[in-house]
Design a protein around this ligand. Structure first.
Ligand SMILES: [Zn+2]
Length: 294
């Protein structure tokens, strides 16, 4: 099913009050009407808050927000909806400070929303396994000085990157921040993000040879001038990532890097349906289990 596109004006017209938001979440969660999660009865009555529906057979009270990303959130849904709109429509990734001003919450709350949404984005994309011809490489991001490969890239975090190569365009990408590019991290990445027995191109860096175990690994040591011909898409993705990180976050540290990678990949993987992202995030939020952040 196609997800509707969203513009500022359509969002504003559609979600004007708290009740609009509740009604919309109910249509997403129960497209064919209310179903009691305990006894599967299909009739219930709304309690005063409208978020809670009481089953007319077993009297279990069910909140439309239970078991979703909005679970136990004290924030009005209207603010959540606008947060998802702003996060979904900002190409360069919105900062917590800017989001806090736009939806009138404190910085800490905005930060929490962003962390939850980015984690959910990562979970969503981790359901997908890259396939076909895949380019795989590593990159070093963050930090102030130019990094070099392997140990000694000062203040930088290593990221393993894979990108499907589909003839004249890039397909899906996956990125994972790691403490170093070693056998066990590469193996874990490949097992988690790639279908087995795919064609995986690399530049033949020794730590990547573990890929031979589960994939059709095609390593090729290329002079640096020609490496973009062998691994064009993964290098474009890495270049875009570096621009993305520079644009909003100066010196993202290792600890938080993965959440930005999640958002970058989520957006990249949906770049042809960009205008649908706010509605896709609503869907994601209502079907995602609650996230605890510390
Ligand atoms: Zn019931």
């Amino acid at each position: 099913m196609k997800t509707p596109e969203a513009s500022f004006l359509t969002w504003q017209r559609k979600f004007y009050t708290e009740d609009d938001c509740i009604a919309h979440l109910k249509t997403l969660k129960w497209p064919n009407g209310f179903i009691c999660p305990r006894c599967m009865h299909d009739k219930g009555s709304e309690l005063i808050s409208r978020k809670v529906t009481e089953c007319s057979k077993c009297h279990k009270q069910t909140s439309v927000l239970a078991g979703t990303l909005f679970h136990r959130s004290h924030l009005p849904l209207l603010k959540w909806f606008w947060a998802l709109y702003f996060i979904g429509s900002d190409k360069g990734s919105i900062s917590a400070l800017r989001l806090s001003k736009l939806i009138e919450v404190n910085w800490r709350t905005a930060r929490l929303i962003l962390r939850k949404v980015r984690e959910a984005m990562g979970h969503r994309d981790s359901l997908y396994r890259l396939s076909g011809t895949i380019e795989l490489d590593d990159a070093f991001v963050g930090g102030k000085q130019k990094g070099k490969r392997g140990r000694g890239a000062s203040g930088k975090t290593a990221v393993i990157v894979a990108c499907e190569s589909r003839e004249k365009k890039a397909g899906f990408i996956a990125m994972k921040a790691v403490d170093s590019v070693n056998f066990s991290n590469v193996e874990e990445f490949v097992n988690r993000y790639l279908l087995p027995k795919q064609k995986v191109r690399t530049d033949g860096y020794p730590s990547l040879n573990i890929i031979n175990k589960t994939q059709q690994h095609i390593p090729k040591v290329t002079p640096s001038g020609l490496v973009d011909e062998w691994l064009p898409w993964v290098h474009i993705a890495i270049g875009n990532l570096k621009t993305f990180l520079l644009g909003t976050f100066h010196g993202v540290t290792g600890k938080f890097l993965q959440e930005y990678l999640n958002e970058f990949c989520y957006r990249f993987n949906r770049r042809f349906v960009e205008k649908e992202i706010p509605n896709r995030l609503l869907n994601l939020a209502i079907f995602h289990a609650p996230i605890k952040t510390t």
